[in-house]
Structures are given as structure tokens and as C-alpha cells.
Design a binder for this molecule. Sequence first.
Ligand code: NAD
Ligand code: ZN
Ligand code: ZN
Length: 344
Amino acid sequence: MTGTMKAAVLRTIGTPLKIETLPIPEPGPGEVLIKVHACGVCHSDLHAVEGDWTPLPNLPLIPGHEVVGEVAALGAGVDHLVPGQRIGVPWMYSACGHCEFCLSGMETICTAAEATGYSKPGGYAEYMVADAAFCGRIPDGADAYEIAPILCAGVTTYRGLKRTGARPGQWVTVIGIGGLGHIAVQYARAMGLRVAAVDVSTAKLDHAKTLGAEIVVNAAGVDPGTEIRRLIGGSHAAVVTAVSSRAFEQSVSVLRNGGTVCWIGLPGGKQDDIRMTISGIVNGEMSVRGSNVGTRQDLQEAVDFAARSLARATIKTEPLENVNAIFARMKKGEITGRVVLKLA
Ligand code: NAD
Ligand code: ZN
Ligand code: ZN
């Protein structure tokens, strides 16, 4: 396919994205060209633009990794997709497929992986190329804009909750009720867990309540650990999606003895180093784990929950041209749920 497309491009770290007209990319062997319909705006895109993480993204960069679109053209050797088919592109653009981690079902920690909208161009564009083997299948009936956030916020919190090992009937504390956290509340409920929600914004906590959180704690006013131990004796599990080092420092204290906290947020920069207390973890036999997006199988399971309306992102759609203003609102914590760019 020839022609041009509109895309939001980062040319220098820390500068606004610019809307540019670029050639439509060509899919190589094993790749697929996608006409993008929807792309969620994840806080990771803001971290990429601001240069919060090491290594930095490849420039020039087209961010965006919560993509839903349709197959526009197939590269050589791709025989499991058909033109016009609905498809999704997650953060995990590709993994090597032959390392120790890929072979053991842990492709999320493959050290040769590529990242959509970070090391590879992403979905803040009318068209993009993806690795056909790593695209998600999206049911025809699903709303493209509503399901787009499942490609990152959904799959990531789904896997993070599973990695806590929490069982039905147990309590999980979701710390940070933003784009990821508000979906985490819903997956937790669908898994039969009881949910306590922590944020520093009353609006976010009200949102958590409407999604099924039984307890909400505003960490701007009280110490969340003290409050959650007072109310329920501590939770069996916790996930941290907050963009604040303080929330990570506090995260073990919301647990009851033997509990597991799964860290998902990546504040980056100076906020990457935190202070914690050794004795609390040792004496209470606590576990702290990390969780990085999800495998392809996690993605299909997360999509399946969403397709059955067990997890539904609260969204607002906006045009690509609004992207810098959306980042400004995200930075101030003013977005409830997720903003999804409407490209078609
Ligand atoms: P977001 O901006 O939508 O939400 C962040 C939330 O954290 C907001 O509701 C904010 O009010 C809340 N918060 C801020 N300070 C807090 C505090 N001290 N205590 C409790 N809550 C606090 O961001 P998002 O899109 O949900 O992303 C969250 C983080 O997860 C980002 O750092 C992002 O890069 C990261 N992320 C990680 C993965 C992964 O695979 N591990 C995947 C996607 C996103
Ligand atoms: Zn993301
Ligand atoms: Zn690998």
C-alpha cells in the first residue's frame, strides 16, 4: 500500500509531539500493516516522551501501544490473518521465541524483546506495522475504543493480579486508581477478590467505588497501611499502579502477614529509588514481585473478560491532535479512566 498518513511524532525527548505527514510503512516478512482505529493513551507513553526510563526510546518515536485496528496488508509468510480482520497491538511488539524465558512461558522477560511505541513505532498514527505473531485477536462485537485499553492497562493488571497468588474471597488492595488501576479493580472483582482502593484523589476513589471497591482510602490524608490494617487487618495481596515512589514505599504495609504485593507502576527517573524496611518483610514473610505487561495468552484471557463485560474501561475518545493536552492532564492526575485516541 502506498500513500501518506498522519502521525504524532517525538523528535527530541521532553518536547511536545508534532502531528506530521509520513509515508505509510510497509510490512516486512512476518509483519502486518494495520489501519489504526483506536489507541489508548497510557502513562508509559508520557514516561517515554519525558525520557523517564533507561534505555530511552528510539527516536524519532511514534508512541502508542493500546492499539485496535484492522489488517490492511500482510507481509510475506503471514497466513493466519486476513485483510479486514480486527486485531490489537500490545506493548510487547515481539520476543525472541528461543531464549530460556520464551521457552518457559515467560516471554514478558525476554531480554531481546521489542516494545511497541518505544523501540518500534506505535499507534499514534493512522497506520502502523506490527509483528503478526504478537498481535491480539479482538472479537468482532467488541467496541474498538472501549477494548483498546485492555491491550495494555487490561492485560498488565490481569497478569499482575494473578502474580499476587490471591484466591477468591481474599482481599486485594489496588494502589493507584488511574488508567490501569480502575481496570484492576474490575479484574479483581471478576476473580472473586474483595477490593480496597488507594489513591490521592477523591474523584478516583469515587470511581473505584462505582466499580466495586468495598473500601477506599485517600493516601493524601491518612497512612494507607495503618488504615487498611485497622479496617480489615491488612489485605492478602496488593498491586501498585501509582506513579509515585511513595506509594511503593507504603505498599508492603497494607498487607497482612504472608501477603504479596505486585509492583506494576514505573515512576522512573529520580523516583526509581525508594526506602523500605527490611524487618517488615522478613518478620511478616511478605513477598514483593514485579510484573511486566503480559504474555500473548494473558492478553487473550484479558480480552475475553473484557468481551464479556467483566472488565470495561471508562473511556473518553479524543482526536490525535489533542495528544499534548491529554499528557498535560495526565501529569496533573486529572484523567478519570482512560483517554482513547480516535483515528478512524
Ligand atoms: P495514570 O496516570 O492513569 O494513573 C496513575 C494513578 O496513580 C492516578 O490515579 C494517581 O492519582 C495515582 N497516584 C499518584 N500518586 C499516588 C499515591 N501516592 N498513592 C496512590 N495513588 C497515587 O497512569 P496509568 O496509565 O495507570 O499507569 C500507571 C503506571 O504503570 C505508569 O508508571 C506506567 O508507566 C506503568 N505501567 C506499567 C506496566 C507494566 O507492564 N509494568 C504497564 C503499563 C503501565
Ligand atoms: Zn501501557
Ligand atoms: Zn526470548
